[in-house]
Design a protein around this ligand. Structure first.
Ligand code: NAD
Ligand code: TDX
Length: 328
């Protein structure tokens, strides 16, 4: 794949992706990341990749970097729903304007782009029922975060159709695994319990997420880069057994020996996400590797946070202080 520009490569999914690409020696990697609170250079420790600190909204920098690479994989985003409810502004700038800036650069240079997106662009599904999102489900985002991700997907589609840009999109469900920021559901609960605090469940905890290990997500991204059809969108989801937030928190508490409490619900809280990944499987032969169930993946993830306290410790107090301000 020549030289690959990975935006947001110092974040959770992007850094796991860079590690995978370098370990398999699939491409030379240049990471472009502005290192927000969510970006951490330590995530790339031991990875043989060039690092450039800068924003995807910096048109001159983006043009120069895109001009020097063969493929762009675009992970950079503001990624947390709760933050988008506190202050949507950086979501619009990074997710919408940043994607626009990249699209203009790949248009000028004729560079292949893969855009990383989310299942949340489709809105939500009732908790009861087995319906799943497909690639043709109409967009219906609920939060400022998901609205800006939906906007970025629309921009990519328009640049494909209007300007013939060579781009693909993937929409993935909730990821978990090592290096996930402790503001997110699973690592927040693991680090709460390691810290002697109760785990925190929003509202009743009846909501359902379609959990996927980050390596399964990144395997799918590589399959799309290698064999995906230009202009296409692929849904990514592991199809594990339906598990509510309450069941996930109970599993974590049981494995770690902790307790949980109910806290204020998230305004506009999406009820259920579920992805139909049949197109990805049928066309590209992708299948998840973490098939032993969520409990097995959680045990490995808990072990990682236990073994890597120095990685998360510095952020814990600030994250919990911000949540406490909204009763969470
Ligand atoms: P993250 O918040 O852990 O990482 C985002 C990274 O982007 C950080 O390193 C941050 O510094 C960087 N960044 C932010 N603004 C930037 C800017 N203006 N210029 C350059 N870099 C910038 O997020 P994540 O969970 O790794 O998500 C990565 C991508 O995957 C996002 O596009 C997200 O929407 C998508 N996604 C995430 C999930 C999930 O469950 N986490 C699921 C589906 C899709
Ligand atoms: O402390 C908590 N307690 C709790 O019950 C937190 C932080 C969350 N929750 C609930 C809210 C959600 O129903 O857990 C669920 C998961 O929450 P998040 O980790 O914030 O993820 P979600 O809002 O579902 O979005 C995630 O998946 C799709 C990612 O953060 C997005 O980047 C991705 O696009």
């Amino acid at each position: 794949m020549g030289t690959m520009l990975v935006t947001g490569g110092a974040g959770f999914i992007g850094s796991n992706f860079v590690r995978m690409v370098r370990e398999r020696d699939l491409a030379e990697v240049v990471v472009l990341d502005t290192l927000t609170y969510a970006g951490n250079l330590a995530n790339l420790d031991g990875c043989d990749a060039e690092f450039v600190r800068g924003s995807v909204t910096d048109a001159a920098l983006v043009d120069e970097l895109v001009g020097g690479c063969d493929t762009v994989v675009h992970f950079a985003a503001e990624s947390h729903n709760d933050n988008s409810l506190r202050d949507p502004s950086p979501f619009v700038t990074t997710n919408v304007v940043g994607t626009f800036t990249l699209l203009e650069a790949v248009r000028r240079h004729g560079t292949r782009l893969h855009h990383i997106s989310t299942d949340e662009v489709f809105g939500d599904l009732p908790v009861e029922g087995e319906e799943k999102f497909t690639e043709t489900t109409p967009y219906n985002p609920s939060s400022p975060y998901s609205a800006t991700k939906a906007g970025s997907d629309h921009l990519v589609r328009a640049w494909v159709r209007s300007f013939g840009v060579n781009a693909t999109i993937s929409n993935c469900s909730n990821n978990y695994g090592p290096y996930q920021h402790i503001e997110k559901f699973i690592p927040r609960q693991i680090t709460n319990i390691l810290d002697g605090r109760p785990a925190k469940l929003y509202g009743t905890g009846a909501q359902v997420r379609d959990w996927i290990h980050v390596d399964d997500h990144n395997d799918a991204v590589l399959a799309i880069l290698e064999r995906g059809r230009a202009g296409e969108t692929y849904n990514i989801g592991a199809g594990l057994e339906k598990t509510s937030n309450k069941q996930v928190i109970e599993m974590i508490c049981e494995i770690m020996g902790g307790s949980f409490e109910h806290v204020a619900d998230r305004p506009g809280h999406d009820q259920r996400y579920a992805m139909d990944a049949a197109k990805l499987t049928a066309e590209l032969g992708w299948a998840p590797r973490y098939t032993a169930g969520l409990r097995d993946g959680l045990e490995k993830t808990i072990a990682w946070y236990r073994d890597n306290e120095a990685w998360w410790r510095g952020a814990k107090e600030g994250v919990e202080k911000r949540y406490a301000e909204s009763g969470q």
